[in-house]
Design a protein around this ligand. Structure first.
Ligand SMILES: C[S@@+](CC[C@H](N)C(=O)[O-])C[C@H]1O[C@@H](n2cnc3c(N)ncnc32)[C@H](O)[C@@H]1O
Length: 310
């Protein structure tokens, strides 16, 4: 980075709606499972009293370094580098939480730093791990995965209609030379898909799919929702921002399953009496035009909020 280059930043999405949704209590205990650059976390701290606590998690070492700096200047903050899927294993959550925020997906600094390998716009090593110290990179996985496994990932996590053709091209190419750069993979996919949807790079869906797969994002989301539900105190709030339909469907179904009785079916025996453990707070919220203009990443953001009851 040049001497005058600004530090990579991340503009928090749906900030006011998240703060309203969390309804921060003065002496509450809150957990931000996706610290990123701390935009939402700082908002929580501004609303929290001296007795309150903010627990923050992230998989990413750069996010954790920033969170640790914040913790040094604010004794209410505790930090743990881990997936939010494991939030209930953190002792600090054992006495219960008054709010949990999950702002899913990647941060702008992750996308903008070519070396992290998330971007088809900036050439870099084909990595895409939120924690580059754990697990396999996309390049390592693509070097050994079967053609059908690659096609399945592109189809299930990217809904990429050309998944088989792209998988075939990847396997053909890797016999000549390894695919190790994001630009190399993006060009290979563009060659299979053509121009794709207007306004979208043809590799958008495939990159999304590989990122979700390599970081186990949907499994983490399922575990994280269950762990948050288990740790929330009565009256505690769960706020989740998702960025694509695969995530949002899971969030919506999870919240509905705990808030509403299952639809009755005359052919099945009477279900057991249903006791809700969540109450939906409003319906889904999306960014308005002004926010999308100021922060294009907000375009696909969907916020859902629920309150723990019982
Ligand atoms: C959209 S950004 C969050 C931005 C943050 N709300 C802010 O205002 O700066 C998502 C962050 O969540 C992290 N992340 C994604 N999945 C995670 C998981 N399962 N566990 C922990 N952190 C995760 C990413 O590393 C990234 O830093």
């Amino acid at each position: 980075m040049g001497e005058h280059a600004a530090a990579p930043t991340h503009i928090p999405v749906l900030f006011s709606a998240v703060m309203e949704g969390l309804a921060v209590r003065d002496s509450g205990v809150y957990l931000d499972g996706t610290f990123g650059r701390g935009g939402h976390a700082r908002g929580v701290l501004e609303r929290l009293g001296a007795e309150g606590r903010l627990l923050v998690m992230d998989k990413d070492p750069a996010a954790i370094a920033e969170a640790e700096q914040l913790a040094q200047s604010d004794a209410r903050v505790s930090v743990r580098q881990d997936s939010f899927a494991h939030l209930a294993e953190w002792d600090a959550t054992a006495s219960g939480l008054d709010g949990v925020l999950l702002d899913l997906g990647v941060s702008s600094p992750q996308l903008d730093n070519a070396e992290r390998g998330f971007s088809f716009m900036h050439d870099g090593p084909l990595d895409m791990r939120m924690n580059p110290q754990a697990g396999q990179s996309v390049a390592e996985w693509l070097a050994e995965a079967s053609e059908s496994a690659i096609a399945d990932v592109l189809w299930h996590y990217g809904e990429e209609r050309q998944s088989r053709r792209i998988a075939r091209a990847i396997v053909a190419r890797r016999t000549e030379r390894a695919i190790e750069r994001t630009a190399d993979l993006a060009a290979l996919i563009a060659g299979c898909v053509g121009r794709g949807e207007s306004g979208k790079h043809p590799a958008t869906r495939s990159f999304q799919a590989l990122r979700i797969f390599i970081n186990r994002e949907l499994d983490d989301l399922d575990s994280g929702l269950a762990a948050a539900h288990a740790r929330l105190r009565s009256g505690g709030r769960l706020a989740v921002i998702s960025f694509h339909s695969l995530e949002d469907r899971r969030v919506k179904q999870f919240m509905a399953a705990h808030a509403k009785p299952p639809a009755s079916n005359r052919r099945l025996p009477e279900p057991r009496p249903f006791t809700p453990t969540l109450r939906l707070i409003g319906s889904k919220q999306v960014a308005d035009d002004d926010e999308v203009r100021a922060n294009p990443r907000a375009r696909s953001a969907v916020l859902r909020v629920a309150e723990r009851v019982g």
